[in-house]
Design a protein around this ligand. Structure first.
Ligand SMILES: Nc1ncnc2c1ncn2[C@@H]1O[C@H](COP(=O)(O)OP(=O)(O)OP(=O)(O)O)[C@@H](O)[C@H]1O
Length: 641
């Protein structure tokens, strides 16, 4: 099964490798089937060979419980980018939930397992909620503190946890033999794997990875970083609690020692050895780590040392882990189609249906009133007004450092203006960038902000996050409604890519595209949000003539469908070609506004670009601003801002 994050790609080609690429899915399926059959047959096989078969079945059950826990760790660290040092704590929380339910309350351990999932999720959610503003490093430290706190609570809360002695004699569910429980644990691993896979392939999973890559970009697509973190860590907590519940049932006891940090070493070894951020790697890795742990069981204090060395070597020699490394070898690479010429469609269905929020009225769809922005002693914007109307391409020009990007950041609330207001449809814009995007104002940054490791298609699908009508729980359960929506979104994303001239590269990782293709992909991803205002910050930089044409076609198509496009651009020819209105900034002030023809001949604009010059030197402007006739009288609308 291919992971959603292709590490490296290759073309089908010819010869032996091509034959291998054809045979590979079958070979992988056969290998997986063999592995599954071996695991299913294990209790019978070992009963045949050993009189200690129950011990070995329990050993495998323990490994399965660790596999559930490592899937949980992979979800938050690999896909969510959230360092967790509290996974042994989550194991303990789940184990105590089962212990307390079964021993203290006398409930069935099965009910205890449900309770374990809930308490694991609640503990993880609480940790995220108290660390919303924490950076990655501090988040890791907070989880470490949380783990210590959980162990302390377990040791002190005698009436529920049994204090330092813990809870013993947790009854096994009736009629469940060692072998049956082994199969239950195997089923739990399969369930955890499916939950993980469905989540990372859903819109919520793509949003999680978007936040991991860049919270700023994710916000511009309407993804709330805190919500994405809360979601993935809560899901990881639920799986961690589930693993803890299984642990308690298997071992029939739980004590504060279960949460001890050193128990987590085997998890980290498994995660790094198998391949963090891959679907199957961590499960394979934890199986290997458990095997090493088993064979070093008689080494006393050296056992931890050996594990530590394995972790170190794995990280130094194979930082991608076994699965990650396999996937960058010629044999394991993801095969993508040749970049064939997919015809450019005349229509993209989704484009005709722009925008969240109310219908635009007569007034500007996006407006700035008196925006002032200072960086220390530097006034980057000194009272800028801007009014962007639906169905227009509004250019924003100005020399370097004139404040264009700062203005865009203030419009989308990526930066907070010191003075002034931003209005969307005449009403004050929401406070956060994600909420501004949700209100229909999307932005493409000056420096490409793509999700490099995922495919072009997945990048565009990430842009559709806001439009999903299904919850992440529906995505994890793969309900029929969610599957239908997924199919429709994929078709639309492919159409959009084709419309942007990237039809043949939908399955390529974004990283493998040329600079110009990356810019176009970013625009396509922003269009996928179906904005009503699309802000493009220097989109034509570094594009070839063909790519500039594709961009111009896209921009015109958006205007025809009633969108407002705000275009910051230094490519004057491009601006003159596609813009209806142009605002020119200089020194943080609006110095001119009008049609391309008006702005082109404006003396203030000429001065801003060329400095003061003697009369009659307007011909220099023809080269700089692209004016065919510089002798025409200036008719400009000056706005001193
Ligand atoms: N985060 C920041 N901290 C300090 N100064 C900043 C910051 N961002 C921008 N500036 C300054 O504000 C002024 C306006 O910068 P801005 O990037 O908005 O200009 P621009 O017109 O977009 O320029 P360019 O065309 O080169 O991208 C510049 O003097 C810049 O150095």
């Amino acid at each position: 099964m291919a992971d959603p994050t292709p590490a490296s790609t290759t073309r089908p080609g010819k010869g032996t490798l091509a034959a291998w690429y054809t045979a590979r899915p079958y070979a992988m399926a056969a290998l997986t089937l063999l592995g599954v059959l071996f695991l299913l047959a294990w209790p019978h096989v070992i009963a045949f060979y050993s009189w200690q078969s129950e011990y070995y079945v329990k050993l495998f059950t323990g490994a399965a419980v660790s596999a559930v826990l490592v899937v949980s760790l992979n979800l938050c660290m690999g896909y969510g980018g959230l360092m967790s040092m509290m996974h042994t704590g989550l194991l303990a929380v789940g184990a105590y939930a089962v212990g307390a339910a079964a021993v203290e309350a006398g409930w069935s351990p099965w009910i205890g397992l449900v309770l374990a999932i809930c308490t694991g999720a609640a503990s993880a959610a609480l940790v995220v909620l108290v660390s919303l503003r924490a950076t990655a490093l501090y988040f890791g430290m907070i989880t470490l503190a949380a783990n210590l706190l959980l162990i302390e609570i377990a040791g002190q809360w005698d009436s529920v946890t049994g204090g330092v002695n813990g809870i013993t004699d947790i009854p096994a569910p009736s009629d469940v033999s060692t072998d049956t429980f082994y199969y239950v644990a195997l089923g739990a691993v399969a369930l955890a794997y499916v939950v993980q896979r469905n989540f990372v392939r859903s819109g919520a999973g793509r949003a999680t990875m978007a936040v991991r890559e860049s919270a700023e970009t994710a916000s511009a697509l309407g993804i709330r970083p805190w919500a994405a973190k809360l979601r993935v860590f809560t899901l990881a907590g639920a799986l961690g609690g589930f693993a803890g519940g299984l642990y308690a049932v298997q071992n029939t006891f739980v004590s504060p020692g279960v949460g001890a940090m050193d128990n987590g070493l085997v998890l980290f070894v498994g995660l790094m050895l198998g391949g963090i951020g891959t679907l199957s790697g961590p499960i394979l890795g934890v199986a290997l780590a458990q095997t090493i742990d088993y064979y070093t069981r008689d080494q006393g204090t050296y056992r931890t040392l050996i594990m530590g060395c394995v972790l170190l070597v794995a990280m130094m020699v194979m930082p991608r882990g076994i699965v990650g490394t396999w996937r960058v070898t010629p044999l394991g690479r993801e095969v993508v189609g040749e970049p064939d010429d997919v015809p450019v469609p005349d229509e993209v269905p989704g484009l005709a249906d722009p925008g969240a929020g109310p219908e635009p009225g007569e007034g500007p769809v996006l407006a700035a009133r008196g925006i002032v922005k200072r960086f220390g002693g530097l006034t980057a914007l000194a009272g800028v007004d801007l009014a962007v109307r639906a169905g227009t391409v509004h250019g924003v020009m100005g020399p370097n450092g004139s404040g264009k990007s700062t203005l865009m950041s203030c419009l989308t609330h990526h930066l907070r203006a010191d003075e002034g207001t931003v209005l969307v449809d005449g009403r004050p814009a929401p406070r956060t960038p994600a909420a501004v995007a949700a209100a229909g104002v999307t932005r493409v940054f000056q420096i490409p902000h793509l999700f490099a490791q995922v495919s072009a298609l997945d990048n565009v699908l990430t842009g559709m996050y806001l439009r999903s009508r299904h919850t992440w729980a529906a995505a994890v359960a793969r309900t029929p409604g969610h599957r239908r929506e997924d199919r429709t979104q994929r078709e639309e994303a492919r159409d959009l890519l084709a419309f942007a001239g990237l039809g043949g590269r939908a399955d390529w990782p974004a990283d493998a595209l040329s600079h110009g293709q990356k810019r176009l992909l970013e625009v396509a991803r922003a269009v996928a949000t179906r904005p009503r205002v699309l802000i493009l910050d220097e989109p034509a930089t570094g594009l070839t003539a063909v790519e500039v044409d594709a961009l111009a076609r896209l921009v015109r198509a958006l205007r025809e469908r009633g969108l407002a496009v705000v275009l910051i651009e230094h490519n004057v020819e491009f601006v003159m070609r596609v813009c209806d209105v142009i605002t020119v900034l200089d020194g943080g002030r609006v110095i001119a506004e009008g049609t391309p023809a008006q702005v082109r001949d404006d003396p203030a604009v000429l001065r801003a670009y060329l400095g003061d010059m003697p009369p009659g030197h307007d011909d220099r402007v023809a080269a700089r601003v692209g004016a065919p006739d510089t002798a025409r009288p200036a008719e400009h609308t000056e706005n001193p801002g």
